[in-house]
Design a protein around this ligand. Structure first.
Ligand code: WT7
Length: 633
């Protein structure tokens, strides 16, 4: 029996949400996933076995099944929902909008799939997609999937340098991009960034969507306009029956080294996992207008803007621009205008709007909303309550969802109408998920590292080109096959989970994942820098911001200008989100005798906290000198 708390009235879930017995039933997780896969997903050919664990942690799911995620997102809806709106698109300029039915989306995907074929894109070829939030981004992803190509979406906020690294690492054959898109009233010149990236790598073709009509440079024999490529092509294209384990996409994410990891997901299991979590966690029903505000360049956008909702045949809203542009009520006016029923966003956005004030919400009728979600970082109870009160009018449950790029699907979250809520807690694991907390020795504990004890269908299958890192970084070597998440967590007396934050050197800046090592690498690549250490400093709105401690080479002097140059350098190397809020020039970094930088000390100095034990340092006087540098600012 689940406990009942007094604080939150139970939400009335729609008819097909399971009852609370599902938690018990799903403990037999293979039977559970088998029944989900069979009842929710259409297979061209049934699978022979649910799982193969013989080569763990390289698990395989739904063996020898034939499937294609685009069939489940498009083809199967055409007969019953052909005229239903699949995508509502709102451009940043208010007069630019589009309603795309399931039939139209199907046709556009087919046509673009044919277009990719004319470029010679084949099964397992990688296509890098670098675009803003426009429907064609979804079309391009689904078109790749339809013909068995692998998409690699790169977030539009990444720099040309970061883009070229990802194009190179993934061995992309083609790039799909656009002339530009709008952000805060300005045109982001996407194609220009691609041109710069392609100076450092090469691809066979670049497809360019015309969106804003700015001047772009087209390279003969390589670049082609989207609309010209599609001319005369059919709007039907066979949906390839692919193996369940056929790769669907690669998405790069940050880890503890300077090199981003290419997380690999596959058609079958990812379809099953994102479909059922979208359906149950957001209690989807036919008339819903589902708005997940994440950019498609991150996993949240892949799983809960594109694949999960479309597989469920609901209407998805996509918005091109900034949340508070031209006014702080932009999001709320969109919710009112389109009757959004389910709204899924990040704590950083909620804190931002809290700060801007309730009056921007009170101008709008938000009564269409019936469920609110949050993801990306821990939501503090205060922001939770504000979200619940002002956005949800105390009517809508706030569903806090914990998961990762690697997990592909939501792993811990309440089931609306079944699981009682506690502000600030991600509550309980999704049915079929066995989650624990381990102490440093790997023993079960109430506080420690969050671990997952069983495989799940939407789990990532590998890191592109680095299977060794896949095994080493995430899985225990003792044959226990436990997945280590890198997050600290605690479990309370009701068995509820509370996420504390990353325990490794990974930052969450406005919910975006960045590695300390990645930013340090960018700094060190500048000619003036000898060494760098980056820590995540708590920030009221963004959750965390990077702060850097830099040792300059002998011939360089600290200056305000140099700090500026270094910030611009990081922006060019990675993107604006990685730029340190502050750069301190220090003589030395605190290091252990074996030469490891002790970032914990730098963070304590930055926060003005007790520094703690420094006896392991090679030179303890370093600490005092850094404190003095900081004090001088
Ligand atoms: C990391 C994964 C897939 C979601 C988008 C981010 C943190 C995610 C929560 C939450 C507390 C959360 C964790 C996790 N995180 N959701 N509800 N409460 N922390 O995906 O970029 O792969 O980041 O985001 O630290 O490890 P990601």
């Amino acid at each position: 029996m689940l406990k009942k708390f007094s604080e939150n009235d139970l939400y009335e879930a729609k008819e097909y949400t399971p009852g609370e017995e599902i938690y018990e039933e799903a403990l037999d997780y293979l039977t559970f996933w088998d029944s989900v896969a069979k009842s929710e997903i259409e297979w061209f050919e049934p699978y022979r076995e649910i799982i193969y664990s013989g080569n763990a942690p390289f698990y395989r799911w739904f063996l020898d099944g034939k499937v294609n995620i685009t069939h489940n997102c498009l083809d199967r809806h055409i007969e019953s929902k052909g005229d239903k709106t699949a995508i509502i698109w709102q451009g940043e300029p208010e007069n630019e909008k589009e309603m795309i039915t399931y039939r139209e989306l199907y046709q556009r995907v087919c046509r673009f799939a044919n277009a990719l074929r004319t470029l010679g894109v084949q099964e397992e070829d990688v296509v890098t997609i670098y675009m803003g939030m426009v429907p064609e981004l979804v079309v391009a992803m689904l078109a790749c999937a339809r013909i068995g190509a692998i998409h690699n979406v790169v977030f539009g906020g990444f720099s040309s340098k970061a883009l070229s690294e990802r194009i190179n690492d993934s061995d992309a054959k083609a790039v799909v991009t656009m002339d530009g898109y709008y952000r805060r009233g300005e045109v982001i010149e996407t194609k220009r960034i691609v041109d710069k990236a392609l100076e450092a790598c090469s691809v066979e073709s670049v497809v360019v969507l015309e969106r804003v009509g700015n001047d772009v440079n087209m390279v003969d024999g390589r670049d082609i306009w989207w609309h010209e490529l599609e001319e005369g092509l059919a709007d039907e294209c066979e949906c390839k029956a692919l193996d369940s384990e056929h790769p669907l996409f690669i998405l790069y994410t940050s880890g503890t080294t300077g090199k981003p990891k290419g997380v690999l997901h596959v058609h079958g299991g990812y379809n099953v996992g994102t479909h059922i979590t979208a359906k149950w966690v957001f209690d989807l029903k036919d008339g819903d207008v589902f708005w997940c505000t994440a950019d498609i360049g991150w996993i949240t956008g892949h799983s809960y803007v594109v694949y999960g909702p479309l597989s469920n045949g609901v209407t998805v809203l996509m918005y091109e621009g900034a949340p508070d542009y031209p006014q702080p009520d932009r999001w709320w006016s969109i919710i009112e205008q389109y009757g959004v029923t389910i709204f899924y966003t990040a704590p950083t956005a909620i804190r931002h709007f809290m700060k801007l004030g309730e009056e921007w919400l009170e101008m709008h009728d938000l009564s269409s909303l019936r469920l609110l979600g949050t993801v990306g970082e821990t939501i503090d109870p205060e922001a939770w309550r504000w979200y619940h009160k002002y956005v949800g009018s105390e009517r809508c449950p706030v569903i806090d969802t914990w998961w990762q790029t690697e997990t592909g699907m939501i792993i811990i979250a309440p089931l609306p109408g079944i699981t009682e809520l506690k502000p600030g807690s991600v509550t309980l694991p999704f049915p079929g998920m066995l989650v624990e907390i381990h102490d440093e020795k790997g023993n079960p504990a109430d506080i420690g590292e969050l671990v997952i004890m069983n495989p799940w269908p939407a789990m990532f299958r590998d890191l592109r080109g680095d299977p060794r890192r896949f095994v080493k970084q995430y899985w225990t070597s003792d044959g226990k096959r436990t997945y280590y998440t890198g997050d600290g967590a605690r479990r309370d007396e009701d068995g509820y989970y509370w996420i504390i934050g990353r325990i490794d050197e990974v930052l969450k800046v406005s919910g975006h994942r960045l590695g300390s090592a990645e930013i340090e690498g960018a700094l060190v690549s500048h000619e003036a820098v000898s060494e760098a250490a980056v820590v995540g400093k708590p920030h009221e709105i963004k959750g965390e911001v990077p702060v850097a401690f830099v040792v300059l080479k002998k011939s360089y002097e600290p200056s305000v200008e140099l700090e500026k140059y270094l910030k611009t350098h990081v922006k060019n190397e990675i993107g604006s989100i990685a730029v340190p809020e502050k750069i301190y020039f220090v003589e030395q970094l605190p290091k252990t005798r074996s030469g490891k930088i002790v970032r914990r000390i730098l963070l304590a100095i930055e926060k003005g906290e007790e520094i703690g034990d420094i006896t392991t340092l090679e030179d303890v006087t370093v600490v005092e000198r850094i404190v003095n540098v900081k004090g001088a600012k």
